[in-house]
Each structure stands twice: as structure tokens, then as C-alpha cells.
Design a protein around this ligand. Structure first.
Ligand SMILES: C[S@@+](CC[C@H](N)C(=O)[O-])C[C@H]1O[C@@H](n2cnc3c(N)ncnc32)[C@H](O)[C@@H]1O
Length: 238
């Protein structure tokens, strides 16, 4: 008797994740664009789908929100099971602060093709004139232990050996609150900080100042905000 191989190419569920970039539709990769053009079903949060509007061929487009993401991903899984080509879109790059969504897709598919994109942190590095290898990246998304996150930030700032690139948590822990808490935890009030908002979008903004100045700003930042804390210049940087 032949035992069927449940992961044979005929039965395996395949899904594709396309990282759409930081907002400017021109930063979608060619490979991502091809996957979208060939897709039967495309799902993603509405703001992410907006980036790829008009690039999805004849696909059935299903926007999702936090409250119904499991149901929309289940629908995509069912379609993939029937042999349809399903694409899940994620913001920026898929290896940057997108773990939860990636895991939700991985739980539903035997094979997940990952098509990388341009991350907002790469754009922040370009705008700030810093390199990733001299930086540490911290995301406050999906972490709820405020103390340990800020402890790590303050420790890195006080060491002064690396730039710190930090993603705030919309909207409960945004730049002014982060700055105030970092000072309370021992960071220098004069520490320089830059906040970028809506990078690569037509209304992109940049604010430069110190931690103390940032702490005093009105809490009116976009959910698309990134903080960059540059390390002190070294003598041979000049
Ligand atoms: C859940 S994370 C996803 C990051 C994404 N995977 C990436 O590579 O950019 C979303 C956060 O990324 C940052 N972000 C994403 N796009 C941005 C943009 N265009 N401008 C500024 N910040 C951005 C913001 O901190 C936002 O809250």
C-alpha cells in the first residue's frame, strides 16, 4: 500500500509574502510587482494595499484589519489550498518588525515564499546619514514591557558606541513619551534625536533636536514615525 505524502507538491499549501516598501509605490521591487500581477488573491492591511493599488492584475483583493485578520488569512489559506496564488502584503521589509504577521502566514502554509522589500529603517539611515552596521535597531511594536525596552535604549545611549534606530509604538508610546521616560531613566537631556515621519510619502517630515526638546513636543506624531539617536562623532568622522 502506498502511503500518501501529505506535503507532496500537489497538496502543499503555498503562500507568498510581498514586502511593499515604506510607502512610495516606486519602492516596490520588480519581483514583488510580478507576484502581485500574477496573484489570484491579495490580502493585507488597507494602508499596505493602498501602496500597491493598480498593481494587482485581476486579483481578488481582501483588506484586513486587526480584528478580522485571522478570518481574512483563513480565506487566503482556503484559496491557496484550492491551488490559487495568494499574496499577503506587508509594510516595508518583511524582516523588520513584521514577525507576528509572518508567523500567522507560516502557520497556514507549508511553503511561504518571501519577497523582501525596502524597509523604512533603510530610508531613515539614508536620511540621517548613518550606516546600519554602526547602529542598533529597537522596535517597541508588539512589546509591552516598557521598563526593559527603555532600559536597553538608555544603556545604548549612555554607551555612545552605536546609533540607535527606534520604532515607537502607535499611539500609546510615541516620541515625546519615549524621550521623557528615557530622561527619567538616566539618558542625557542634551542627547540629539531626529524624528522622521511618513518617510518617502509626499508629506514626509523631519524634526531635529534634543531629548529634552522632544519630551516637550505636542503628542501629534504619525503612526509612521521613526526616532534616530546618532552616536557621538568620533575624531576620524570629521
Ligand atoms: C509594524 S512596523 C513595520 C515596519 C516595516 N516592516 C518596515 O520595514 O518599515 C511599522 C512601524 O515602522 C515605522 N515605519 C514604517 N514605515 C514608515 C515610514 N514610511 N516613515 C516612518 N516610519 C515608518 C513606524 O515606526 C511604524 O509604526
Amino acid at each position: 500500500m502506498t502511503i500518501p505524502d501529505m506535503t507532496s507538491p500537489d497538496t502543499a499549501i503555498r503562500m507568498t509574502v510581498v514586502a511593499v516598501g515604506p510607502g512610495d509605490p516606486d519602492l516596490l521591487t520588480i519581483k514583488g510587482r510580478q507576484a502581485l500581477e500574477q496573484a489570484d488573491v491579495v490580502v493585507g492591511f488597507q494602508t499596505v494595499l493602498d501602496v500597491v493599488a493598480g498593481k494587482t492584475g485581476a486579483a481578488d483583493i481582501r483588506p484586513m484589519a486587526y480584528r478580522d485578520q485571522e478570518a481574512v488569512l483563513d480565506f487566503a489559506q482556503e484559496q491557496a489550498q484550492q491551488g490559487k496564488s495568494c499574496v499577503v502584503c506587508v509594510w516595508g521589509d518583511l524582516n523588520v518588525s513584521a514577525k507576528e504577521l509572518l508567523n500567522r502566514v507560516r502557520r497556514r502554509a507549508d511553503t511561504v515564499e518571501l519577497i523582501s522589500g525596502v524597509s523604512s529603517i533603510q530610508i531613515a539611515c539614508s536620511r540621517a546619514g548613518i550606516s546600519l552596521e554602526e547602529s542598533v535597531f529597537i522596535t517597541l511594536h508588539q512589546r509591552w514591557d516598557r521598563g526593559s525596552e527603555l532600559g536597553e535604549l538608555v544603556e545604548l545611549l549612555n554607551q555612545g558606541r552605536r546609533n540607535v534606530i527606534l520604532l515607537p509604538r502607535p499611539y500609546d508610546f510615541m516620541p515625546p513619551a519615549i524621550a521623557a521616560n528615557a530622561i527619567a531613566d538616566g539618558a542625557a537631556p542634551g542627547q540629539p534625536v531626529t524624528v522622521f515621519q511618513r518617510l518617502t510619502l509626499p508629506d514626509e517630515q523631519r524634526w531635529d533636536g534634543t531629548l529634552a526638546q522632544c519630551a516637550a513636543l505636542p503628542d501629534e506624531f504619525s503612526d509612521l514615525s521613526i526616532m534616530v539617536f546618532p552616536k557621538p562623532p568620533e575624531p576620524d568622522d570629521a
